[in-house]
Design a binder for this molecule. Structure first.
Ligand code: HEC
Ligand code: HEC
Length: 376
């Protein structure tokens, strides 16, 4: 009976199992003639490369050129890197992005770090792969504004340097699938790890200050962040409604538009928290400016709405407390009741949680720059 209850409690209260037993060496990923050194903390076996798009050094370089080249847009003004700015952790630091001819989009540009560890892309996960994702912005009228993928192919084929480069890498004429494959390959090399938190997780117990450590305990405990921001990339890769936008009268249905499932109304992909100090403003609509305000948002329990995620409402309790509660019938009743989602963090709690979030800045992506010149 106890064992059944334990299993039950574990299902109800998933907590992160940080891999403390993995030795703290950096992992090297070797692809053909390209080596990617993964910064500390990233899990090599979760790095996803599709069978039909293997990584090579020349493909990464071609992808880098395409990513930074504004000629992929209708009027040569907007590259991918226009909204995913390399030195700004591959974001644009705007609430919602501005694309071709100064047009405003409806969502906040996420960073493209650590995309190789996720399958579904976009806030609502509507692209099943990075390859699929890369084709979207090209013809989006408020992003790069090309009339069609054929038009992109025609434009890029007219550049001799690209024609030759595609031939070399793919053995083909320029085509939209290979173009997307090259860009996706470049993006897979944009990684972030080796943060203070990673050093702490992998054995350097002095890497975090007392306040940061306490913040981590809150993150995993009273503040419940880990219920969604878990694993080495601080995301469960799932979709949750935490209420962003429900107090504005302008609700984005999010994941629901993809799945048409009721529980996905207003749900968005849990973003990674790596590099979180530099990717402001926050949330799918860029509505929260600072991390202090993000913490206040969660402390209030998000924004109440009929579809608020159950993870926002779970009572926080240690496993022992849970088992104890489960042993008593009234514990079960308590679990099912719709408790408030507020966290009741003290001022010190908030300061420590903030200190912890700041330990997630790392390295890996910082050396990536725009190419000196583009193919002619
Ligand atoms: C006009 C600004 C803009 C341009 C140009 C742009 N993006 Fe984005 N990007 C965004 C926004 C905004 C989102 C989020 C959209 C959404 O989720 O609905 C996004 C999402 C993404 C994502 C998903 C990240 C995640 O965490 O799910 C990737 C990857 C990406 N863009 C890569 C690219 C590539 C590659 C290009 C060029 C082919 C590009 N972007 C061009 C603004 C832009
Ligand atoms: C129920 C799951 C869930 C819990 C619990 C949760 N988050 Fe989130 N978090 C999300 C989702 C989903 C988003 C994106 C929501 C949106 O844009 O609508 C998000 C967004 C964020 C962002 C903005 C990231 C960005 O790139 O814009 C930060 C920062 C953040 N969460 C930190 C925290 C902290 C700190 C806690 C604990 C106090 C926490 N989260 C608890 C699911 C969760």
């Amino acid at each position: 009976m106890k064992r059944v209850l334990l299993a039950f409690a574990l299902i109800l209260f998933p907590t992160t199992i940080y891999a403390e037993n993995i030795p703290p060496q950096r992992e090297k990923l070797q692809f053909q003639d390209f080596t990617l050194e993964l910064p500390l903390g990233l899990e090599a076996d979760r790095f996803y490369v599709p069978d039909d798009n293997q990584i090579s050094a020349d493909k990464v370089e071609l992808g880098r050129a395409l990513f930074f080249d504004p000629r992929l847009s209708a009027d040569d003004s907007v590259a991918c890197a226009f909204c995913h700015v390399a030195e700004d952790t591959f974001t644009d630091n705007l609430p919602t992005s501005i694309g071709i001819e100064g047009q405003k989009g409806g969502r906040n540009a996420p960073s493209i770090i650590n995309r190789a560890f996720s399958r579904e892309q976009f806030w609502d996960g509507r692209a099943a792969s990075l390859e699929e994702q890369a084709k979207g912005p090209l013809t989006n009228p408020v992003e790069m504004g090309m009339p069609s993928h054929d038009a992109v192919v025609k434009k890029i084929s007219a550049i001799k340097g690209y024609r030759e480069w595609f031939k070399r890498v793919f053995g083909n004429e320029v085509n939209i699938d290979d173009l997307a494959k090259a860009i996706a390959t470049f993006e897979r090399t944009v990684v972030s790890g080796g943060s203070k938190m990673d050093r702490f997780t992998f054995g350097d117990k002095s890497a975090l200050s007392a306040s940061e450590k306490r913040g981590f305990e809150l993150f995993e405990g009273k503040a419940r962040c880990v219920q969604c921001h878990n694993g080495f990339n601080f995301t469960d890769e799932q979709y949750h409604n935490i209420g962003v936008g429900w107090d504005t009268g302008k609700v984005d249905l999010g994941r629901y538009t993809v799945t048409k499932r009721r529980e996905h109304i207003g749900a968005f992909k849990t973003p990674s928290l790596r590099e979180i100090t530099t990717t402001d403003p926050y949330m799918h609509n860029g509505s929260i400016e600072t991390l202090e305000e993000v913490i206040e948002f969660y402390n209030r329990g998000g924004v109440g709405n009929p579809f608020l995620d159950i993870e926002m409402k779970r009572p926080s309790a240690s496993l022992e407390e849970m088992l104890d509660a489960l042993d008593r019938i009234e514990g079960l009743v308590k679990l099912e009741s719709d408790e408030g989602a507020a966290l009741n963090l003290t001022r010190r709690d908030k300061a420590d949680l903030l200190a912890f979030l700041k330990t997630l800045d790392g390295k890996g992506w910082r050396k990536i720059e725009e190419p000196d010149s583009f193919p002619k």
